[in-house]
Write a protein that binds this ligand. Structure first.
Ligand SMILES: CC(C)(COP(=O)(O)OP(=O)(O)OC[C@H]1O[C@@H](n2cnc3c(N)ncnc32)[C@H](O)[C@@H]1OP(=O)(O)O)[C@@H](O)C(=O)NCCC(=O)NCCS
Length: 381
């Protein structure tokens, strides 16, 4: 198939007055359709851009791009062209406008998912420079598989590992969710369910505190990993007991005893602790070596941050010349998992977030590999 450029098509940002047309167009979408109210929400959001293509004053196609504040990556969430006007380059024009809008915001990488059997859409994206980087089984409501595609807008490559994503299912379990992603990446064969999420949190927690993941500590995470046969390493500039400054009485005593116990057990299991400052380069080097870095970041996402619990754990999945790529286990209401994967964060922003003065801890846990002999075998189901 070959089309000339669609010169009579005008692509512009959508307005509220387009809502009816957008809802109507959605009827042509295969599977999971967006409601009029969803479009209304998207139009009101600063973190979304909705584009429409007009032909003779009539809206005949749309494209939706989602952004995350603080990150230089975006997701092409949806694109559809009225059946009657397909095959004349309208999607191509929409895609170009959507990409241009994203680049204006400083976006360096656009991601999208598409049904594996959607040949026209796949051809469109491939032709526009997208490459398939993965596949997700059972992705859509009707259980169809999705292909994951990515396009980089900047020169130079990126190293991005296919770390599987796992969302946290409690407000305080970002650390466990991150460890589970690392474990699965290294081939851990048990289901990533809520029991494991809680079990890891219980094992890794010093004493319950509202600070930083309910008291979960980097050393505790490394111990939970080591008990399951993972080689792990803690890098932290702080030699003291985490949360010590914010705890009192018995809670402080429990935290001190737990921390000392974690240090002892970690050494016994062959884990390492490096007391030194770290930055994006350490995380990138670890990814390069095949390790999965888990890192506590704070101050990068003020909208979602719990004031009493500054910071949460994220997984570093890759890097390029200017960015680190991260999985964020905290999926906000109304977001899909896909909005939280391989988010591009500027290296300077990463360094600020891992040294944030409010953070409960400044630490990185490197989950290096799986397969060393485990002395204890917790029952993960
Ligand atoms: C996918 C879709 C948006 C394409 O819209 P379109 O306006 O017809 O596409 P264009 O005319 O701009 O075509 C651009 C490129 O897409 C590819 N393409 C589009 N339709 C195709 C088809 N039926 N078969 C193969 N390739 C096709 C071609 O590579 C084409 O480039 P070319 O014309 O230079 O060969 C449209 O088919 C649609 O709305 N499908 C239903 C919704 C959907 O699947 N959305 C995408 C998933 S998010």
């Amino acid at each position: 198939m070959s089309h000339g450029p669609a010169t009579d098509v005008r692509v512009r940002r959508a307005l509220r007055s387009d809502l009816d047309a957008l809802a109507e167009l959605e009827q042509a979408f295969p599977g999971d359709r967006m409601a009029r109210s969803s479009f209304a929400r998207l139009l009101a959001r600063d973190s979304a851009e909705v584009w429409v293509a007009e032909l003779g004053g009539q809206v005949v196609g749309d494209a939706v791009v989602l952004f995350r504040r603080g990150f230089d990556s975006a997701r092409l969430y949806s694109m559809v062209v009225d059946q009657r006007f397909r095959g004349r380059g309208i999607a191509r024009s929409l895609l170009e406008a959507a990409e241009e809008g994203a680049r204006e915001r400083g976006v360096v990488v656009m991601r999208l998912e598409v049904r594996e059997e959607n040949a026209p859409a796949l051809a469109l994206y491939r032709r526009a420079g997208y490459v398939v980087v993965g596949r997700a089984d059972d992705y859509y409501q009707d259980h169809a598989a999705a292909l994951r595609l990515r396009k980089r807008f900047v020169k130079g490559g990126a190293t991005v590992r296919g770390v599987p994503f796992h969302p946290q299912s409690f407000s305080f379990t970002s650390g466990s969710a991150c460890l589970m992603m690392a474990m699965r990446h290294h081939g851990y064969p048990v289901p990533l369910d809520r029991w494991l999420e809680l079990a890891l949190w219980r094992e890794a927690t010093t004493t319950f505190t509202r600070k930083g993941d309910g008291g979960l500590s980097a050393h505790g995470l490394a111990v939970a990993a080591s008990r399951r046969g993972f080689q792990s390493r803690v890098v932290t500039p702080d030699a003291g007991v985490p949360f010590d400054g914010v705890l009192q009485g018995e809670a402080r005593e429990v935290a001190r005893i737990s921390h000392a116990g974690f240090e002892r057990e970690l050494r016994g299991l062959g884990g390492k602790v490096e007391v030194r400052a770290f930055d994006h380069q350490d995380a990138a080097d670890a990814v390069e070596r095949g390790a999965v870095p888990l890192v506590l970041l704070a101050g990068f996402d003020p909208e979602r941050e719990h004031p009493e619990q500054p910071g949460r754990w994220l997984v570093v999945t890759g890097f390029d010349a200017d960015h680190l790529y991260l999985h964020d286990p905290l999926v906000a209401e109304g977001e899909a998992r896909a909005d939280n994967v391989h988010l591009a964060m500027k290296k300077e922003a990463f360094d600020r977030a891992c040294r944030h003065p409010e953070a409960a801890q400044r630490a990185m846990v490197l989950v290096e590999r799986w397969g060393s002999v485990s002395r204890r075998q917790p029952d993960d189901g």
